[in-house]
Design a protein around this ligand. Structure first.
Ligand code: CA
Ligand code: CA
Length: 211
């Protein structure tokens, strides 16, 4: 009885430790070019303008290229909000404008078991990506810091109201207290997911519907 119990505890323990050690799928990042001047690096919430070529690792086929296909314009997207595949969100942080990277992305961080369009199921993808421009997104850390007047890493209703007041003034509208309070209630309804009366930096950054 007792040895069996131990075996059971041990296997649970083993499973736990073993399970915890299972490697997370990783993006392989190779820096192909890094500009000498870099005044700021990309991070979650930024809007990035990129050019990219995407290839299947299996046979080297190019499945999409912003440089050579369509209107040949680079594309804008917001980093870190799952607007793009996970491999991009993970692999395009801390980049300078002008930097070029080669990302090798396992299927779990790309289109997985289903694949998509020209991409077969379970495909590892290779991207050559160049960041053309980096801009602060509406959900950037800078915007959050600007709104967080007492630096406690969460936004109170008063702080959001103050922000609205300034924004309205900036655009030439008269301050309207009642109107702003209604808007604040509305914003908290949507953004304060855990309903603790504050918008945390996490709640702020990872929301991605309107606003
Ligand atoms: Ca605050
Ligand atoms: Ca909250």
């Amino acid at each position: 009885m007792i040895p069996e119990l131990w075996t059971c505890i041990f296997s649970v323990f083993f499973f736990y430790v073993h399970g915890a050690k299972l490697p997370e799928p990783e993006v392989k990042i190779e820096v192909l070019y890094k500009p000498f001047l870099c005044h700021r690096k990309s991070k979650y919430g930024d809007i990035l303008l990129v050019h990219y070529d995407g290839f299947l690792e299996s046979n080297g086929t190019m499945f999409h290229s912003s440089r050579h296909q369509g209107d040949k314009n680079p594309v804008w997207f917001t980093l870190g909000i799952r607007e793009v595949i996970k491999g991009w969100d993970k692999g395009l942080q801390n980049m300078c404008a002008g930097e070029k990277r080669k990302l090798t992305i396992p299927p779990a961080l790309a289109y997985g078991k289903e694949g998509k369009g020209k991409i077969p199921p379970e495909s590892t993808l290779i991207f050559d990506i160049e960041i053309i421009e980096i801009r602060n997104g509406p959900r950037s850390h800078e915007s959050f810091q600007e709104m967080d007047l007492n630096d406690d890493w969460k936004l109170s209703k008063a702080e959001v109201k103050e922000y609205l007041r300034k924004e309205f003034e900036k655009h030439g509208y008269a301050a309207n207290d009642t109107h702003h309070e209604v808007m604040v209630e509305d914003i908290f309804q949507k953004e304060d997911e855990d309903k603790d009366g504050f918008i945390s930096s996490r709640e702020f950054t990872y929301q991605h519907d309107e606003l």
